[in-house]
Design a protein around this ligand. Structure first.
Ligand code: ADP
Length: 484
């Protein structure tokens, strides 16, 4: 655009010069004609000549004005263009320079519970601390570790603790920050992030909410795709011995692009769930360490099923605030009750279930565990998937039954249908649809669902089975997990 304005200005200059020369030539010719011929001066050509000269002068005058205006515009545009590119450069610089590591002093001691998860990550800490030990046997570690779990269960905390234990720089980036920026900058930022980490190796790169950038490709977001492609390129571009470990976190592994999960990228997956009762106790003890309290931690751990670790941290903090507000120096049950209300209000996931609600959930999950024969935790939605390579009709039917079990269990035991985990009903229907449309094993979805529900009703109604379900319920209330 700016180039066009400049071109116009040059063209105008040329035209004006031509016009001025033409006007001068005409004036000279005109004077010459007047001088040479006394007769022609009285006819029409005299008037035409005068008129033409006036038009020429008028146009020249108009263009002169337009030219100065145009030149002003052009100068302004140039200034604007240079200012804009300067601002862009500045923003770009500021943006790129934001990629900095932090030294974290978080250690595994700051992470309560989740001992198995810590165990899985200890190997990485050891690798970062003693690279020679691994180099000697030419062993490389997975370049990427994917932490999968709901919000607030300590994914960021544990990644920080790995960096803290290994005393290596921690590069934190959230997936969303890659894509909420200029076109082309997401990929640049990814490159910059890896370059910085490699320069500072050994180092940990932590990408929070990787699903923001790592969703399956094929949607219309070109910027995100370009960023994801760069991430894949970067992941392939260094080897496991370089000392850079990428830890990514997500709560939606199912939406991630397959390429990210392919061998050589995030080879290690660590699954985190909401804390168990035992872990809640450990977390509460950690946050109440060095504080005075008059509460029963066991009971509080029992009452807070469904709370995330972050929720528990907030609960203790809110209780302390209430204690201070009331000029006390020790936390009482009243502080906890007030804090619980606040936490519950703030986030749905911290809802404390009433005894009746808890009974519905427990019945649903106990029946599911009984029918599926799998390990089920109180808040587990969905069942672990068996790696069946050649599914038989019976195996498919059993999977559908496992997904319908809770629904039928409530129908039989509580004499009323309830909605607990809607996703499991959808899953059952999806499988039934596959049986009809893909595998040609059934006539209709409705038929499959209804006949399997009838079988389940029969099984669950038997009194010995109800007794077994009741035992599972008790165990589920006590331990929050059952393995039937
Ligand atoms: P996520 O990354 O899974 O969303 P975070 O790691 O950000 O969760 O956890 C948020 C906060 O919750 C942490 O800063 C910490 O205060 C607390 N927290 C989470 N998990 C634990 C844990 N296992 N032990 C102690 N505190 C925890």
């Amino acid at each position: 655009m700016f180039k066009t304005l400049d071109d116009n200005s040059v063209n105008l200059d040329k035209n004006l010069k031509l016009m001025s020369i033409s006007a001068i030539v005409l004036v000279v010719l005109f004077i010459y004609t007047i001088f040479k011929s006394d007769t022609a001066i009285h006819n029409g050509s005299y008037l035409i000549g005068i008129g033409f000269l006036f038009i020429l002068m008028f146009v020249a005058f108009f263009l002169q004005k337009y030219k100065s205006k145009l030149k002003t515009n052009s100068a302004f545009s140039k200034e604007l263009a240079s200012a804009t590119s300067q601002t862009k450069e500045n923003l770009r610089d500021a943006y790129v320079s934001k990629i900095e590591s932090v030294k974290t002093d978080t250690t595994f001691d700051d992470v309560a519970g989740i001992d198995d998860i810590k165990g899985e990550l200890e190997e990485i800490v050891d690798f970062l601390n003693n690279p020679k030990k691994y180099k000697k046997y030419d062993v490389s570690l997975p370049k990427g570790v994917l932490l999968v779990g709901p919000p607030g269960v300590g994914k960021t905390l544990i990644a920080k603790a790995v960096a803290g234990e290994a005393k290596v720089p921690f590069f934190y980036q959230s997936g969303a920050s890659f894509v909420q920026i200029y076109v082309g900058m997401g990929a640049k930022r990814v490159k910059e992030l890896f370059n910085e980490a490699k320069k500072n190796a050994p180092a940990i790169i932590f990408i929070d909410e990787i699903d923001a950038v790592g969703k399956s490709r094929g949607s219309s977001n070109d910027e995100r795709e370009a960023t994801l492609n760069e991430l894949l390129t970067q992941m392939d571009g260094f080897d496991g011995k370089s000392g850079v470990i990428v830890i990514a976190a997500t709560n939606k592994i199912e939406v991630l692009d397959e390429a990210l999960l392919r061998a050589g990228r995030f080879d290690r997956r660590v699954f985190l769930t909401l804390p168990s009762k035992e872990d809640r106790k450990k977390i509460l003890n950690l946050y109440l360490k060095h504080k005075k309290y008059e509460i029963d931690i066991d009971k509080l751990a029992y009452d807070t099923s469904g709370f995330s670790s972050a929720g528990l941290a907030t609960l203790v903090n809110e209780s302390l605030l209430n204690m201070i507000k009331n000029n006390r120096s020790s936390i009482t049950q009243e502080d906890i009750d007030i804090a619980k209300k606040k936490v519950e209000f703030g986030k749905k996931q911290h809802k404390i279930l009433t005894p009746e609600q808890k009974d519905i959930l427990v019945t649903y999950q106990a029946t599911k565990a009984f029918i599926s024969g799998k390990k089920v935790a109180l808040f587990d939605e969905g069942l672990s998937v068996d790696d069946i390579i050649y599914p038989s009709k019976t195996q498919l039917e059993n999977m559908i039954k496992a997904n319908l079990a809770g629904i039928v269990g409530l129908e039989v035991i509580k004499n009323e249908p309830y909605v607990v985990f809607y996703s499991e009903l959808s899953k059952a229907k999806e499988l039934a649809k596959d049986m009809v449309e893909k595998y040609d094993m059934a006539v209709s979805v409705e038929n499959v669902i209804q006949s399997l529900k009838a079988q389940l009703r029969q099984t669950i109604s038997e009194s010995v089975n109800q007794e077994k379900i009741n035992q599972l319920k008790e165990q589920l209330i006590e331990d929050e997990v059952v393995n039937s």
